[in-house]
Design a binder for this molecule. Structure first.
Ligand code: ADE
Length: 244
C-alpha cells in the first residue's frame, strides 16, 4: 500500500520545533475541537501529506502534555481526522549506557513496544499490562537511515523505580520513554503501522540525575531527532513497500 498520509505524534513543543522548521510545516487551526490542547501542523513532502500532532499545554499546569493519556488522545484525533497510512511517534527518551547508548543517538523501535509500569499480577492481565505491540519490520529503514534498533519501553514516570528496572530488563527494553506503547495500542486498534523514533537525552543507568541530563540535552537530542525524522519522512513518502 502506498504511503500518502503520514501522521507524526509528538509530546513536547521543544521536541517538535526543529522538525516544524525543517519541513516548513504550517499550523492547521481548528483541525480539532477548540477545547482540546493538541496542536496540529501540516505540510507536504513529495506527494505525501505530513500531519504533525503535538500534545500542547496542560491548561492548569502550563506544561507540555507528556505521558500516555495525551498520547492516546492525540493518536485517536490524528487517525480520525486525517486517516494516515503510517504513524510515526517521535520524541526523546532515556537510554542505557550498558547497552551502548550515547546522548543524541536516535533509535527506531524494533520487535515490540512494551509498558513497564502496568504491573497486574493476575492471570491474563499481566501480559495485557505489558502490551507487547509488534512493530513492523524496520531493518531496511534502520539501515538506510543509520538508526539504532531496540525494544521501546513506556511508563508514565521520568524516574525509574527498581520495579520498573526489573520489568524493562525482563522485556529487553533499550529505550525508556513515556508515550510509544499508548500510541501503539491505538495504532493496533485501527491496524495502522507505527514507527517509533526516539532520541536519547539521558542515560538512566549512570549517576547523573535523569532530569538534569534531560534538560541539558533536550535541544541537542531534538535536533538529532529532526534529522532522522525528516529522513524517515522522505524514506516513507510515496513508498509502496516500506517494510521488508
Ligand atoms: N524522556 C527522556 N528521557 C526519559 C527517561 N529517562 N524516562 C522517560 N522518558 C524520558
Amino acid at each position: 500500500m502506498k504511503i500518502s498520509t503520514i501522521a507524526v505524534i509528538m509530546a513536547m513543543a521543544d521536541e517538535a520545533k526543529p522538525f516544524i522548521e525543517a519541513l516548513g510545516l504550517k499550523p492547521a487551526v481548528s483541525a480539532f475541537d477548540s477545547r482540546l490542547p493538541m496542536e496540529v501542523y501540516t505540510g507536504a513532502v513529495e506527494k505525501a501529506e505530513v500531519v504533525l500532532v503535538v500534545g500542547g499545554k496542560d491548561r492548569r499546569f502550563g506544561v507540555d502534555n507528556v505521558g500516555t493519556q495525551p498520547a492516546t488522545l492525540s493518536t485517536y484525533l490524528a487517525i480520525d481526522t486525517f486517516k494516515p497510512d503510517l504513524l510515526i511517534n517521535a520524541g526523546t527518551a532515556g537510554g542505557f549506557k550498558s547497552k551502548g547508548a550515547d546522548i543524541g543517538d536516535v533509535y527506531i523501535g524494533s520487535d515490540s513496544i512494551r509498558f513497564h509500569d502496568r504491573r497486574i499480577p493476575i492471570p491474563g492481565f499481566a501480559a495485557y499490562g505489558i502490551g507487547s505491540y509488534r512493530t513492523p519490520d524496520v531493518d531496511d529503514v534502520a539501515t538506510a537511515l543509520g538508526l539504532k534498533k531496540g525494544v521501546v519501553s513506556t511508563g508514565n514516570s521520568l524516574d525509574m523505580l527498581p520495579e520498573d528496572r526489573l520489568v524493562i530488563q525482563a522485556n529487553q527494553g533499550v529505550v525508556k520513554e513515556m508515550e510509544a506503547a499508548a500510541i501503539a495500542w491505538v495504532a493496533d486498534l485501527y491496524q495502522i503501522p507505527l514507527i517509533a523514533l526516539k532520541s536519547i537525552t539521558d542515560l538512566v543507568d549512570t549517576d547523573t540525575p535523569t532530569q538534569d541530563d534531560f534538560l541539558k540535552n533536550l535541544n541537542l537530542a531534538s535536533e538529532k531527532l529532526q534529522e532522522k525524522l525528516t529522513a524517515a519522512i522522505y524514506y516513507f513518502a510515496g513508498n509502496e513497500r516500506p517494510f521488508a
